[in-house]
Design a protein around this ligand. Structure first.
Ligand code: AMP
Ligand code: GLY
Length: 421
């Protein structure tokens, strides 16, 4: 089977590696991939905005299965386009991708189906949004409606901060804004809950906790994710059935009412308050770095699972997992998430000899003249599977000491809530 993967992050390298391990996979193409995927697949540089070029390439190479990693092509309708040519593609369609593409779409669904979430208001202009601030309590949360690469959420401790957020959003910082959301600040512990769907049924796909803030102790600016561990310490059977019955099932019902269904990974971002789940956001894909953290625990072959989803046969497949703890530390370019230097060589990668249960997934890297350079904010992901989280973190930090890369930094405290209590 020939497989194509869209994306260039750690998530896509992890997906690529999992698919590669199947003896059914003959060839993998990554669009555009990174220096890590280049070792195990063919990297293809195409204009990802041009769906027709992608389709022509798929036909030309006779690719059997396409996997879409990031949200942007999903929200833009790549799946609908490719399916109209009878191409098998794993990922949700354009309407279902609104779950991530529009926060207001999701909030309105929550309202209709009484899905537990933070109380909220939708505001169509600055004046009404700012007027509302006079009667709200702080902290409060101001959110842009559309895709904003994780940057469109402002946690505001004072009225003036919320006013700045409102102005930035309506000034077009995240694209043209017709409206915005102001919502109640929930106090609890976050958890990422993953499911995989074939349009008819779905199965759990493990849980994780990521660390979004750039500095140790979960301080500083929000990032795409500095590290993660899986499973979350919060998950239990009772909580899982509350999440499925109160949040995921009504969401699928809402999509069915719109005449559509869900195929792909669904990432339910939750705030858990006293074992009660509240929906913070949906993402219509795997998380990054949660994907890198979870996939090494998967026993069942990923390509079999993804193919079963595209054929509506997920119910015929049992997904098995290794009973291990997994932890991932992300190495970033100095300066991230603000401006950072690009094209910095990463010298010591050949010093790292991964032991069993250890994985290294590339993100923002490129290979030139047999050398590896950092070209993105998040650069490398180090993962270790172990009997306990502390050992996993110790193993990773030993590898990071060998890397000793002066151009980068990482958080040494990933997993502190389950390790350093
Ligand atoms: P989002 O992009 O919606 O996941 O928001 C980014 C981060 O902001 C989340 O991971 C939470 O840490 C935080 N956040 C978003 N909404 C809320 C809320 N209503 N209450 C508390 N924290 C929130
Ligand atoms: N790690 C958070 C995300 O993928 O959105």
């Amino acid at each position: 089977m020939k497989v194509g993967i869209i994306g260039s992050g750690g998530r896509e390298h992890a997906i690529c590696q999992s698919i590669k391990s199947s003896n059914k996979t003959s060839e993998i193409f990554c669009f555009p991939g990174n220096a890590g995927t280049e070792q195990i697949a063919e990297n293809i540089d195409l204009d990802l905005e041009n769906f027709e070029t992608i389709k022509n390439f798929i036909f030309d190479k006779k690719i059997d299965l396409m996997v879409v990693g990031p949200e942007k092509p999903l929200v833009n309708g790549l799946v609908d386009y490719l399916e109209s040519f009878k191409i098998k593609v794993f990922g949700p369609n354009k309407v279902a991708s609104q779950l991530e593409g529009s926060k207001i779409f999701t909030k309105q669904l929550c309202q209709k189906f009484k899905i537990p979430t933070a109380k909220f208001g939708i505001f169509e202009n600055r004046k009404s949004a700012k007027r509302f601030l006079k009667k709200t309590t702080f902290p409060t949360v101001v959110k842009a409606d559309n895709l904003a690469s994780g940057k469109g959420v402002y946690i505001c401790n004072k009225e003036i901060e919320a006013e700045i957020a409102i102005d930035e959003i309506f000034d077009g910082k995240f694209g043209k804004a017709k409206n915005l959301l102001i919502e109640e600040f929930l106090v609890g512990e976050e958890m990422s809950f993953f499911t995989i769907h074939d349009g008819n049924t779905f199965k759990s796909f493990d849980t994780a906790q990521d660390h979004k803030r750039v500095l140790e102790g979960d301080r500083g600016k929000n990032t795409g994710g500095m590290g993660a561990y899986s499973p979350s310490r919060l998950i239990n059977k009772e909580l899982e059935s509350k999440i499925i019955n109160r949040i995921i099932n009504p969401t699928l019902k809402g999509l069915a009412d719109l005449g559509t269904n869900y195929k792909g990974f669904l990432y339910t971002g939750l705030m858990i308050v006293n074992n009660e789940p509240f929906l913070i956001e949906y993402n219509v894909r795997m998380g990054d770095p949660e994907c890198q953290t979870i996939l090494p625990k998967l026993k069942t072959n990923l390509s079999d699972i993804l193919l079963a989803c595209c054929e509506g046969k997920l119910d015929q497949l049992k997904i098995n997992w290794f009973d291990k703890k997994s932890l991932c530390i992300v190495v970033c370019s100095k300066g991230y998430p603000e401006d950072f230097n690009k094209d910095i060589e990463i010298q010591n990668l050949n010093q790292i000899n991964l032991k069993e249960g250890e994985f290294l997934f590339h993100a923002g890297t490129i290979k030139r003249n047999e050398k590896i350079y950092a070209v993105g904010g998040r650069v490398l992901n180090f993962i270790s599977l172990s009997e306990d989280f502390k050992l996993a973190r110790t193993n990773i930090i030993q590898n990071l000491d060998k890397l000793d890369w002066l151009g980068g930094f990482y958080r040494k405290d990933i997993g502190y809530k389950v390790i350093d209590k």
